[in-house]
Design a protein around this ligand. Structure first.
Ligand code: SAH
Length: 341
């Protein structure tokens, strides 16, 4: 049976047209699902009984199961169980500007970045739009809060699940539904160039973040296998095209890995790489995991790196650290659950 949370407002309007109902019924259903947040079609009291029966036989309203929630200062980390008994994660962070939810886009990931926990467990499947929407609804309900920002930085590569991620964006953006504006949403990609170019033409105002993590091909090849397919020249050309076309600033994420990519030379090389590009660099203190050798750079190293970039006139920020105690590194909850550690 189809899960109704997979349907955009347009999809639902088409459904109603197909069963010879008025298409505005879609707006009514959306209102019940996303504004009033009901759990059953039988609560949709402005619909006729036989239509409710029909909806009830055509669609499920099934939510995910919360398997685990770990809390730390300003952060809550969730492990969800999916209907087929796969698990995904979501992390809620309280910022001074609002509540941001980091959500997963796939079960596992095929990108195999050397430092990343998610990629140790290969991709099992793509998430459906509903499996990206439901964490938003369920975390809001569980914590009794409103989520103001969404980042697609959980498990998975969003641009390896392009269609479903675009549908997800349609659903969250919909003013009659969750109504979260594109500018409050960030998609992060390891650099799937054809999809960056496709996304550029899609017209959404969603923020784009690129996981860079290395300032030259030699090092990036070692850290991120995707670089052997789309090297830095190809990636940076795509990013420049994206910026020209959309007029939007891009974020480069740069994990600080001790003695790997955190030297003064690396900083100067990075400054050269992004010179003249409308971007900012987000330095990310690495979240160490017990399964992977990499260590996080010393705080002083990160600050020096920051200063070198600043001196070169680059816009740079250091990401606030959240909840290393609750294993906020991408994919750690799921892999620990699966491996029983
Ligand atoms: N596949 C996408 C989105 C998911 S990863 C991407 O690569 O961008 C989200 C971000 O977290 C990426 O920048 C990723 O490189 C980073 N990341 C992965 N493991 C991490 C860790 N242990 N500590 C800090 N950041 C990590």
């Amino acid at each position: 049976m189809k899960n109704i949370y997979d349907y955009s407002l347009d999809d639902l309007a088409n459904y109603f047209l197909n069963i010879e109902e008025k298409k505005f019924k879609a707006i009514q259903v959306y209102d019940w699902l996303y504004k009033k947040r009901v759990n059953s079609f039988y609560e949709m009291t402005n619909l006729k009984k036989d239509l409710i029966d029909k909806l009830n036989s055509d669609f499920s309203l099934k939510k995910l199961t919360i398997l685990n929630r770990l809390d730390d200062v300003d952060v809550h980390k969730y492990l969800f169980n999916l209907e087929d008994n796969n698990q995904i994660e979501a992390v809620l962070m309280h910022h001074d500007y609002g509540n941001s939810l980091c959500i997963s886009t796939q079960v596992g990931c095929n990108m195999s970045c050397a430092f990343c926990e998610s990629g140790r467990l290969k991709k099992v499947r793509n998430l459906m739009p509903s499996e990206m929407i439901l964490p938003i609804i369920q975390v809001e309900e569980d914590l009794n809060i409103k989520i103001s920002h969404i980042v697609l930085m959980g498990i998975g590569e969003p641009f390896d699940n392009y269609e479903n991620v675009m549908k997800f964006l349609d659903i969250v953006n919909e003013p009659m539904g969750i109504a979260l504006g594109s500018r409050h949403i960030t998609i992060s990609t390891c650099g799937v160039v054809p999809k960056i170019l496709e996304f550029m033409n899609n017209g959404k105002q969603v923020n784009l973040a690129i996981s860079l993590h290395a300032p030259n091909d030699n090092l990036r090849n070692k850290l991120m296998p995707i670089n052997k397919v789309y090297n830095l020249k190809i990636l940076m050309d795509a990013v420049k095209k994206y910026i020209n076309k959309t007029n939007r600033r891009v974020t480069f994420e740069y994990i600080m890995l001790k003695n790997v990519n955190d030297s003064k030379d690396n900083a100067l090389e990075l400054a050269n790489l992004v010179r003249g590009i409308n971007c900012y660099i987000n330095l990310i203190p690495y979240n160490e995991t017990s399964h992977i050798e990499f260590k996080k750079s010393e705080k002083s190293r990160i600050l020096e790196f920051y200063d070198y970039l600043k001196q070169k006139g680059i816009n740079v920020t250091i990401r606030k650290e959240f909840g290393s105690k609750v294993m906020a590194a991408c994919g750690q909850l799921r892999s620990n659950y699966k491996e029983g550690s």
